[in-house]
Design a protein around this ligand. Structure first.
Ligand SMILES: Nc1ncnc2c1ncn2[C@@H]1O[C@H](COP(=O)(O)OP(=O)(O)OP(=O)(O)O)[C@@H](O)[C@H]1O
Ligand SMILES: [Mg+2]
Length: 343
């Protein structure tokens, strides 16, 4: 069991507060993903949970017990880093067994735990190799193996896959997902990768500047972003945002938008491109990017920076075409002038 609770958790380095009051509950067995721009405090938060950084103010509890002053090794938490941090002079087997040996676990138990981990992670044939003889993905699996054998209640992952190439990332992502299904332990996972966040998370926590912007399921964040920041952070390509002034002031009447709507967001896949004169906005095609399964059309409206429209690959648009854009009223995300969601 490991239900994690952060209550008004803050962290300061000298006079600078970098974590500014986090209230967050992570349920037992939940897969929670932290996302947010670089420097927003994801790693710091993870390190405070692990006990590698002090909590300046606030409380961190596991199953109702205060952890602030409990040593990292006593929290039942294992952390997997972006840099695998393996011992170069130890074999795969010795690396995985290292922590157990330090804790003076009986040899038979070490062997059984290590064997189980190497089988689960498909490292059986590599146990006598040294880290330098492994690929990045294999090294990362050893690092995960080392975490598993400690039988922690909670796993923390800080961008574990960001050093891997695209194919290996997909493979390892699936393995981490399977690991969660199999062990049903509480996991917190930090990533910059949208696909990892969307596919792995039960719950996404979106951070900015040391504060939480939104907490919810991947679907909540994608379909009902709470504010302009969340709207533009989740989703690739990004949501297009129109300020309902100047070139776009006419959208208010055309779409019968409420008076307090100042910004309107429309995702690239929520537009249709239609012949000139038929849509709500006229545009000029500035660029067509062919991605194989889809096309990204950069369409310019007035002097506004081009907006991005996702189209089927069959579309015959070319640069310079005059077109119109159409959308459905239920595809609109509306925000006040302070950036808060309205609809
Ligand atoms: N030891 C430190 N002393 C002073 N400031 C620090 C220290 N460690 C981190 N910070 C600051 O705290 C803030 C949060 O850093 P953190 O490493 O948690 O960000 P992050 O969200 O993990 O970023 P990234 O996505 O780049 O890994 C940053 O502004 C960083 O400069
Ligand atoms: Mg970080």
């Amino acid at each position: 069991m490991a239900k994690l609770e952060l209550k008004d958790v803050r962290k300061s380095y000298g006079p600078v507060e970098v974590i500014k009051g986090i209230d967050l509950t992570i349920e037992d067995g939940e897969f929670c993903v932290f996302v947010g721009p670089s420097g927003c405090g994801k790693s710091t938060l993870l390190r405070m949970i692990a006990g590698l950084e002090d909590i300046t103010v606030g409380t961190f509890e596991i199953d109702g017990d205060r952890m602030n002053d409990i040593a990292p090794a006593k929290r039942g938490i294992a952390m997997v880093f972006q840099s695998y941090a393996l011992y170069p002079h130890l074999t795969v087997r010795e690396n995985i067994a290292f922590g157990l040996k330090v804790r003076k676990t009986p040899k038979a138990e070490i062997d059984s735990l290590v064997n189980e981990a190497v089988t689960m992670l498909q490292l059986d044939k590599l146990t006598e190799r040294f880290p330098r003889e492994l690929s990045g993905g294999q090294r990362q699996r050893v690092a995960i193996g080392r975490a598993i054998v400690g039988q922690p209640e909670t796993f923390l992952f800080d961008e574990p896959l960001s050093n891997l190439d695209a194919e290996l990332r997909v493979h390892m992502r699936t393995q981490i997902s399977e690991l969660h299904t199999r062990l049903r332990r509480t996991m917190i996972y930090v990533t910059h990768d949208q696909v990892e966040a969307m596919t792995l998370a039960d719950k996404i926590v979106l951070l900015r500047g040391g504060q939480i912007e939104q907490i919810g399921s991947p679907r909540d964040l994608y379909e009902r972003p709470k504010n302009l920041f969340a709207a533009q952070f989740i989703g690739a390509p990004k949501m297009n945002i129109f300020e309902l002034e100047g070139d776009f002031v006419s959208l208010r009447d055309q779409m019968q938008l409420p008076a307090d709507a100042q910004y309107c967001g429309i995702r690239p896949d929520s537009f249709d491109i239609v012949p000139e004169g038929n849509g709500i906005m006229s545009a000029t095609v500035r660029l067509v990017e062919y991605l194989g399964n889809t096309c990204l059309v950069h369409a310019q409206i007035g002097s506004h920076a081009p907006i991005i429209v996702e189209q089927p690959v069959g579309s015959k648009l070319i640069v310079g075409d005059q077109v119109a854009l159409k959308t459905m009223p239920n595809a609109l995300h509306l925000f006040t002038k302070d950036g808060c969601r309205i609809n």
